[in-house]
Write a protein that binds this ligand. Structure first.
Ligand SMILES: [Cu+2]
Length: 404
Protein backbone atom coordinates (compact mmCIF):
# COMPACT_ATOMS: atom_id res chain seq x y z
CA UNK A 1 0.00 0.00 0.00
CA UNK A 2 1.19 3.47 -0.84
CA UNK A 3 1.32 5.64 2.24
CA UNK A 4 0.71 9.27 1.54
CA UNK A 5 1.67 12.27 3.57
CA UNK A 6 3.63 10.56 6.34
CA UNK A 7 5.80 13.30 7.83
CA UNK A 8 9.42 12.18 7.43
CA UNK A 9 10.36 13.84 10.72
CA UNK A 10 7.97 11.57 12.60
CA UNK A 11 9.35 8.34 11.29
CA UNK A 12 12.81 9.14 12.62
CA UNK A 13 11.57 10.60 15.89
CA UNK A 14 12.98 8.12 18.34
CA UNK A 15 14.66 10.08 21.11
CA UNK A 16 12.35 10.99 23.95
CA UNK A 17 11.85 12.39 27.40
CA UNK A 18 9.02 11.48 29.74
CA UNK A 19 7.04 14.40 28.32
CA UNK A 20 7.57 13.32 24.76
CA UNK A 21 6.95 9.63 24.11
CA UNK A 22 8.26 8.03 20.95
CA UNK A 23 6.06 7.23 18.03
CA UNK A 24 6.47 3.60 19.01
CA UNK A 25 5.07 4.26 22.47
CA UNK A 26 2.04 6.00 20.98
CA UNK A 27 1.58 2.94 18.83
CA UNK A 28 1.87 5.05 15.72
CA UNK A 29 1.78 4.31 12.80
CA UNK A 30 -1.01 1.95 13.67
CA UNK A 31 -3.48 1.15 10.97
CA UNK A 32 -1.32 2.31 8.10
CA UNK A 33 -0.95 -1.30 7.00
CA UNK A 34 -4.65 -2.13 7.42
CA UNK A 35 -5.98 -3.09 3.98
CA UNK A 36 -9.51 -2.05 5.02
CA UNK A 37 -8.42 1.49 5.75
CA UNK A 38 -10.27 4.18 3.92
CA UNK A 39 -8.70 7.39 2.66
CA UNK A 40 -10.43 9.01 5.66
CA UNK A 41 -8.61 6.58 7.97
CA UNK A 42 -5.27 7.32 6.33
CA UNK A 43 -5.79 11.03 6.96
CA UNK A 44 -6.53 10.20 10.61
CA UNK A 45 -3.37 8.09 10.92
CA UNK A 46 -1.08 10.64 9.31
CA UNK A 47 -2.74 13.34 11.41
CA UNK A 48 -1.90 11.35 14.51
CA UNK A 49 1.70 11.28 13.32
CA UNK A 50 1.65 15.07 13.18
CA UNK A 51 0.17 15.24 16.67
CA UNK A 52 2.89 12.94 18.00
CA UNK A 53 5.52 15.15 16.40
CA UNK A 54 3.91 18.31 17.80
CA UNK A 55 3.79 16.81 21.28
CA UNK A 56 7.37 15.62 21.07
CA UNK A 57 8.43 19.19 20.39
CA UNK A 58 6.06 21.09 22.68
CA UNK A 59 4.98 18.60 25.33
CA UNK A 60 1.36 18.09 26.35
CA UNK A 61 -0.62 21.35 26.49
CA UNK A 62 -1.71 20.86 30.10
CA UNK A 63 0.42 18.09 31.63
CA UNK A 64 -1.25 18.38 35.02
CA UNK A 65 -4.47 16.94 33.64
CA UNK A 66 -3.53 15.07 30.46
CA UNK A 67 -0.39 13.09 29.86
CA UNK A 68 0.54 10.22 27.63
CA UNK A 69 -0.18 7.76 30.45
CA UNK A 70 -3.76 9.02 30.80
CA UNK A 71 -4.63 9.05 27.09
CA UNK A 72 -7.69 7.08 26.07
CA UNK A 73 -8.11 5.70 22.56
CA UNK A 74 -11.50 5.79 20.85
CA UNK A 75 -12.01 3.02 18.31
CA UNK A 76 -14.43 2.06 15.55
CA UNK A 77 -17.39 -0.09 16.59
CA UNK A 78 -16.40 -3.03 14.37
CA UNK A 79 -13.03 -3.33 16.12
CA UNK A 80 -14.72 -3.95 19.48
CA UNK A 81 -14.86 -7.55 20.70
CA UNK A 82 -18.27 -8.97 21.58
CA UNK A 83 -17.44 -8.42 25.25
CA UNK A 84 -16.54 -4.79 24.66
CA UNK A 85 -19.72 -4.24 22.68
CA UNK A 86 -21.81 -5.76 25.45
CA UNK A 87 -20.05 -3.69 28.06
CA UNK A 88 -20.80 -0.50 26.14
CA UNK A 89 -24.44 -1.49 25.54
CA UNK A 90 -24.91 -2.34 29.23
CA UNK A 91 -23.58 1.08 30.25
CA UNK A 92 -25.98 2.88 27.88
CA UNK A 93 -28.87 0.82 29.25
CA UNK A 94 -27.71 1.67 32.77
CA UNK A 95 -27.96 5.38 31.94
CA UNK A 96 -31.61 4.91 31.01
CA UNK A 97 -32.29 3.29 34.40
CA UNK A 98 -30.57 5.84 36.66
CA UNK A 99 -32.72 8.69 37.94
CA UNK A 100 -32.65 12.03 36.15
CA UNK A 101 -30.68 14.87 37.73
CA UNK A 102 -32.47 17.59 35.78
CA UNK A 103 -34.72 19.99 37.60
CA UNK A 104 -38.40 19.27 36.79
CA UNK A 105 -38.78 23.00 36.13
CA UNK A 106 -36.27 22.71 33.32
CA UNK A 107 -37.15 19.32 31.82
CA UNK A 108 -40.40 17.93 33.27
CA UNK A 109 -40.34 15.06 30.76
CA UNK A 110 -36.87 13.79 31.72
CA UNK A 111 -37.22 10.39 33.39
CA UNK A 112 -33.64 9.15 33.58
CA UNK A 113 -29.96 10.08 33.32
CA UNK A 114 -29.91 9.48 29.59
CA UNK A 115 -32.72 12.02 29.19
CA UNK A 116 -30.58 14.65 30.92
CA UNK A 117 -28.31 14.67 27.88
CA UNK A 118 -31.21 14.79 25.44
CA UNK A 119 -32.79 17.67 27.39
CA UNK A 120 -29.75 19.91 27.29
CA UNK A 121 -29.35 19.34 23.55
CA UNK A 122 -33.02 20.15 22.88
CA UNK A 123 -32.79 23.26 25.02
CA UNK A 124 -29.69 24.64 23.26
CA UNK A 125 -30.29 23.43 19.69
CA UNK A 126 -30.58 26.86 18.09
CA UNK A 127 -27.34 28.10 19.67
CA UNK A 128 -25.12 25.06 19.01
CA UNK A 129 -25.74 24.32 15.31
CA UNK A 130 -24.59 26.54 12.46
CA UNK A 131 -22.63 28.42 15.12
CA UNK A 132 -18.98 28.92 16.06
CA UNK A 133 -19.32 26.53 18.99
CA UNK A 134 -20.85 23.67 16.95
CA UNK A 135 -17.75 21.46 16.83
CA UNK A 136 -16.49 22.09 20.35
CA UNK A 137 -19.96 21.92 21.96
CA UNK A 138 -20.60 18.49 20.47
CA UNK A 139 -17.06 17.39 21.30
CA UNK A 140 -17.58 18.28 24.95
CA UNK A 141 -21.11 16.81 24.96
CA UNK A 142 -19.82 13.45 23.68
CA UNK A 143 -16.98 13.56 26.19
CA UNK A 144 -19.39 14.30 29.06
CA UNK A 145 -21.54 11.34 27.99
CA UNK A 146 -18.48 9.08 27.88
CA UNK A 147 -17.57 10.29 31.38
CA UNK A 148 -21.07 9.50 32.65
CA UNK A 149 -20.91 6.00 31.16
CA UNK A 150 -17.60 5.46 32.93
CA UNK A 151 -18.19 7.22 36.24
CA UNK A 152 -21.87 6.49 36.80
CA UNK A 153 -22.36 3.20 34.97
CA UNK A 154 -19.07 1.37 35.43
CA UNK A 155 -18.00 1.42 31.80
CA UNK A 156 -14.29 0.68 31.45
CA UNK A 157 -13.83 1.45 27.78
CA UNK A 158 -13.85 4.53 25.55
CA UNK A 159 -16.65 5.99 23.44
CA UNK A 160 -16.72 4.11 20.11
CA UNK A 161 -17.36 5.82 16.78
CA UNK A 162 -19.05 4.56 13.62
CA UNK A 163 -17.05 5.34 10.48
CA UNK A 164 -19.77 6.02 7.89
CA UNK A 165 -17.15 6.03 5.12
CA UNK A 166 -16.62 2.29 5.65
CA UNK A 167 -20.28 1.44 5.24
CA UNK A 168 -21.49 3.88 2.63
CA UNK A 169 -22.47 1.08 0.21
CA UNK A 170 -24.25 -1.01 2.83
CA UNK A 171 -25.00 0.60 6.20
CA UNK A 172 -27.35 -2.25 7.19
CA UNK A 173 -24.40 -4.60 6.68
CA UNK A 174 -22.56 -2.92 9.55
CA UNK A 175 -22.37 -4.84 12.82
CA UNK A 176 -23.68 -1.70 14.50
CA UNK A 177 -27.14 -2.27 13.00
CA UNK A 178 -27.34 -6.06 12.57
CA UNK A 179 -30.01 -6.33 15.25
CA UNK A 180 -27.99 -8.85 17.28
CA UNK A 181 -27.28 -8.61 21.02
CA UNK A 182 -23.99 -6.98 20.01
CA UNK A 183 -25.56 -4.13 18.06
CA UNK A 184 -27.45 -0.94 18.93
CA UNK A 185 -30.53 -2.46 17.32
CA UNK A 186 -31.50 -2.87 13.70
CA UNK A 187 -33.70 -1.03 11.27
CA UNK A 188 -37.24 0.03 12.12
CA UNK A 189 -40.14 -2.15 10.98
CA UNK A 190 -41.46 -1.13 7.58
CA UNK A 191 -44.01 1.64 7.73
CA UNK A 192 -45.21 3.54 4.70
CA UNK A 193 -43.84 7.05 5.09
CA UNK A 194 -43.41 9.84 2.60
CA UNK A 195 -40.25 11.60 1.54
CA UNK A 196 -38.25 13.44 4.16
CA UNK A 197 -37.72 17.11 3.35
CA UNK A 198 -34.67 18.98 4.55
CA UNK A 199 -34.43 21.42 6.21
CA UNK A 200 -38.22 21.20 6.71
CA UNK A 201 -41.49 20.23 5.07
CA UNK A 202 -42.33 23.91 4.85
CA UNK A 203 -39.14 24.74 2.97
CA UNK A 204 -37.90 21.56 1.26
CA UNK A 205 -34.48 21.85 -0.32
CA UNK A 206 -33.21 18.27 -0.24
CA UNK A 207 -35.64 15.37 -0.60
CA UNK A 208 -34.73 11.97 0.85
CA UNK A 209 -36.73 9.00 -0.45
CA UNK A 210 -38.18 6.62 2.15
CA UNK A 211 -36.33 3.32 2.62
CA UNK A 212 -37.31 -0.08 4.07
CA UNK A 213 -37.89 0.98 7.69
CA UNK A 214 -39.58 3.93 9.34
CA UNK A 215 -41.31 2.12 12.21
CA UNK A 216 -40.28 0.95 15.67
CA UNK A 217 -36.94 -0.80 16.23
CA UNK A 218 -37.76 -4.26 17.59
CA UNK A 219 -34.46 -6.14 17.19
CA UNK A 220 -31.37 -5.96 19.37
CA UNK A 221 -30.66 -5.20 23.00
CA UNK A 222 -32.49 -1.88 23.37
CA UNK A 223 -36.06 -2.03 24.56
CA UNK A 224 -35.80 1.71 24.28
CA UNK A 225 -38.28 4.45 25.08
CA UNK A 226 -37.83 7.96 23.73
CA UNK A 227 -39.23 10.36 26.33
CA UNK A 228 -38.45 13.87 25.08
CA UNK A 229 -39.12 15.85 21.90
CA UNK A 230 -39.78 16.09 19.09
CA UNK A 231 -39.57 19.76 18.19
CA UNK A 232 -39.13 19.54 14.43
CA UNK A 233 -39.96 15.92 13.50
CA UNK A 234 -39.29 14.35 10.11
CA UNK A 235 -42.62 12.46 10.20
CA UNK A 236 -46.05 14.01 10.52
CA UNK A 237 -47.33 11.07 12.55
CA UNK A 238 -44.85 11.59 15.41
CA UNK A 239 -46.69 12.12 18.72
CA UNK A 240 -46.68 15.80 19.61
CA UNK A 241 -44.85 16.86 22.76
CA UNK A 242 -47.14 18.41 25.39
CA UNK A 243 -44.71 21.33 25.72
CA UNK A 244 -43.63 23.57 22.87
CA UNK A 245 -40.06 23.38 24.18
CA UNK A 246 -40.03 19.63 23.52
CA UNK A 247 -39.05 19.06 27.15
CA UNK A 248 -42.37 17.56 28.23
CA UNK A 249 -43.04 13.84 28.71
CA UNK A 250 -43.82 12.12 25.41
CA UNK A 251 -42.95 8.41 25.68
CA UNK A 252 -42.85 6.50 22.39
CA UNK A 253 -40.85 3.86 20.56
CA UNK A 254 -37.50 4.44 18.84
CA UNK A 255 -38.01 4.56 15.06
CA UNK A 256 -35.37 4.26 12.33
CA UNK A 257 -35.27 4.22 8.57
CA UNK A 258 -31.67 3.27 7.83
CA UNK A 259 -30.80 4.86 4.52
CA UNK A 260 -28.42 3.52 1.93
CA UNK A 261 -29.57 6.43 -0.21
CA UNK A 262 -28.05 8.86 2.30
CA UNK A 263 -24.80 6.98 2.85
CA UNK A 264 -24.13 6.33 -0.83
CA UNK A 265 -24.89 9.94 -1.84
CA UNK A 266 -23.38 11.93 1.00
CA UNK A 267 -21.12 9.74 3.15
CA UNK A 268 -18.73 8.03 0.79
CA UNK A 269 -15.05 7.87 1.59
CA UNK A 270 -14.51 10.53 -1.10
CA UNK A 271 -17.11 12.81 0.53
CA UNK A 272 -15.45 12.56 3.92
CA UNK A 273 -11.80 12.64 2.90
CA UNK A 274 -12.29 15.60 0.54
CA UNK A 275 -14.10 17.51 3.28
CA UNK A 276 -10.92 17.16 5.34
CA UNK A 277 -8.41 17.74 2.53
CA UNK A 278 -10.08 20.42 0.45
CA UNK A 279 -11.06 22.88 3.19
CA UNK A 280 -8.04 24.46 4.83
CA UNK A 281 -10.07 27.18 6.53
CA UNK A 282 -12.09 26.35 9.67
CA UNK A 283 -15.04 28.38 8.39
CA UNK A 284 -15.40 26.37 5.19
CA UNK A 285 -14.58 23.09 6.90
CA UNK A 286 -17.36 23.47 9.45
CA UNK A 287 -19.77 24.94 6.89
CA UNK A 288 -19.38 22.10 4.42
CA UNK A 289 -19.49 19.60 7.24
CA UNK A 290 -22.89 20.88 8.33
CA UNK A 291 -24.24 21.19 4.80
CA UNK A 292 -25.71 23.89 2.69
CA UNK A 293 -29.40 23.16 2.40
CA UNK A 294 -30.68 26.68 2.72
CA UNK A 295 -29.07 27.73 -0.53
CA UNK A 296 -29.53 26.03 -3.88
CA UNK A 297 -26.55 23.71 -3.73
CA UNK A 298 -28.52 20.83 -2.20
CA UNK A 299 -25.49 19.60 -0.39
CA UNK A 300 -26.20 17.54 2.71
CA UNK A 301 -22.99 17.77 4.74
CA UNK A 302 -21.64 14.72 6.54
CA UNK A 303 -23.08 15.95 9.85
CA UNK A 304 -26.67 16.17 8.67
CA UNK A 305 -26.25 13.11 6.46
CA UNK A 306 -24.93 11.12 9.41
CA UNK A 307 -28.13 11.91 11.30
CA UNK A 308 -30.32 10.85 8.39
CA UNK A 309 -28.54 7.51 8.13
CA UNK A 310 -30.98 6.50 10.86
CA UNK A 311 -33.55 9.26 10.38
CA UNK A 312 -36.93 8.27 11.85
CA UNK A 313 -37.78 9.49 15.32
CA UNK A 314 -35.88 10.98 17.07
CA UNK A 315 -33.07 10.72 14.48
CA UNK A 316 -34.90 12.97 12.02
CA UNK A 317 -35.33 15.77 14.57
CA UNK A 318 -32.35 18.08 14.96
CA UNK A 319 -33.47 18.87 18.52
CA UNK A 320 -34.07 15.46 20.11
CA UNK A 321 -31.72 13.35 17.94
CA UNK A 322 -29.54 12.35 20.96
CA UNK A 323 -32.48 10.21 22.18
CA UNK A 324 -31.30 7.52 19.72
CA UNK A 325 -28.14 5.95 21.19
CA UNK A 326 -26.74 6.05 17.64
CA UNK A 327 -26.21 9.80 18.14
CA UNK A 328 -23.03 9.37 20.17
CA UNK A 329 -21.39 6.99 17.69
CA UNK A 330 -22.19 9.46 14.94
CA UNK A 331 -20.91 12.44 16.87
CA UNK A 332 -17.75 10.61 17.90
CA UNK A 333 -17.13 10.20 14.16
CA UNK A 334 -17.87 13.90 13.56
CA UNK A 335 -15.33 14.63 16.29
CA UNK A 336 -12.83 12.25 14.72
CA UNK A 337 -13.18 14.08 11.40
CA UNK A 338 -12.67 17.40 13.22
CA UNK A 339 -9.64 15.96 15.08
CA UNK A 340 -8.23 14.60 11.81
CA UNK A 341 -8.70 17.99 10.16
CA UNK A 342 -7.01 19.75 13.09
CA UNK A 343 -4.07 17.35 12.96
CA UNK A 344 -3.30 18.06 9.33
CA UNK A 345 -1.79 21.33 10.65
CA UNK A 346 -1.77 21.00 14.42
CA UNK A 347 -0.76 24.39 15.77
CA UNK A 348 -2.94 26.88 13.83
CA UNK A 349 -5.96 24.57 13.74
CA UNK A 350 -5.86 23.62 17.43
CA UNK A 351 -4.30 26.57 19.24
CA UNK A 352 -4.07 29.32 16.64
CA UNK A 353 -6.16 31.59 14.47
CA UNK A 354 -7.59 28.80 12.32
CA UNK A 355 -9.27 26.95 15.19
CA UNK A 356 -12.55 28.84 15.61
CA UNK A 357 -14.97 30.69 13.34
CA UNK A 358 -18.65 31.64 13.28
CA UNK A 359 -21.17 33.51 15.40
CA UNK A 360 -23.53 32.66 18.26
CA UNK A 361 -26.75 32.30 16.19
CA UNK A 362 -27.80 29.52 13.82
CA UNK A 363 -26.32 30.36 10.39
CA UNK A 364 -25.93 33.88 11.81
CA UNK A 365 -29.69 34.49 11.79
CA UNK A 366 -30.37 36.94 13.32
CA UNK A 367 -26.90 38.46 12.87
CA UNK A 368 -24.82 38.19 16.06
CA UNK A 369 -21.32 38.65 17.45
CA UNK A 370 -18.50 36.21 16.76
CA UNK A 371 -18.01 33.21 19.01
CA UNK A 372 -14.90 33.65 21.19
CA UNK A 373 -12.58 31.15 22.81
CA UNK A 374 -13.67 32.45 26.21
CA UNK A 375 -17.32 31.59 25.58
CA UNK A 376 -18.64 28.90 27.89
CA UNK A 377 -20.05 25.51 26.98
CA UNK A 378 -22.64 24.74 29.64
CA UNK A 379 -24.13 21.24 29.75
CA UNK A 380 -26.13 21.81 32.90
CA UNK A 381 -26.22 18.78 35.20
CA UNK A 382 -24.09 16.76 32.80
CA UNK A 383 -20.66 18.35 33.18
CA UNK A 384 -18.89 21.39 34.66
CA UNK A 385 -19.01 24.45 32.38
CA UNK A 386 -15.88 24.85 30.27
CA UNK A 387 -14.39 27.52 28.00
CA UNK A 388 -14.21 26.75 24.30
CA UNK A 389 -10.44 27.22 24.35
CA UNK A 390 -10.16 24.31 26.77
CA UNK A 391 -11.90 21.95 24.35
CA UNK A 392 -9.99 22.75 21.18
CA UNK A 393 -7.36 20.09 21.86
CA UNK A 394 -8.44 16.52 22.61
CA UNK A 395 -5.25 16.14 24.68
CA UNK A 396 -5.50 19.50 26.44
CA UNK A 397 -7.15 18.27 29.67
CA UNK A 398 -9.72 17.57 30.95
CA UNK A 399 -10.15 16.06 27.49
CA UNK A 400 -7.51 13.36 27.06
CA UNK A 401 -8.10 11.07 24.12
CA UNK A 402 -7.10 10.28 20.57
CA UNK A 403 -8.75 8.25 17.81
CA UNK A 404 -7.62 4.98 16.30
CU1 LIG B 1 -26.49 18.59 17.83
Amino acid sequence: MRIRGVPAAVTVLLSFTSAAPTTQQWGWPWGLQDPNSTETDLLAYTGLGNLVAYTAENGFPNPRSCTFEKLRVRSEWSTFSDDQKQEYIAAVQCMSKKPSKSSPDFAPGARNRYDDFVAVHINQTTTIHGTGNFLTWHRYFTWAYEQALRNECGYQGSQPYWNWARYSEDPLGSSLFDGSDYSIGGNGKYVKEGEVNIPSNAAPSIVLPPQQGGGCVTSGPFNWTVNLGPVSPAYNDTPVNPLQSGLGYNPRCLRRDISQYVTSHFLTDANVSSLISANADIYWFQTFMQGDFFASSNYLGVHTAGHFVVGGDPGGDLFSSPADPYFFLHHAMIDRVFWTWQNQDVKPRTFGDNSLSGTITLNNVPPSRNTTKDDLIDLGVNAPPIRIKDTLSTIGGPLCYIYA
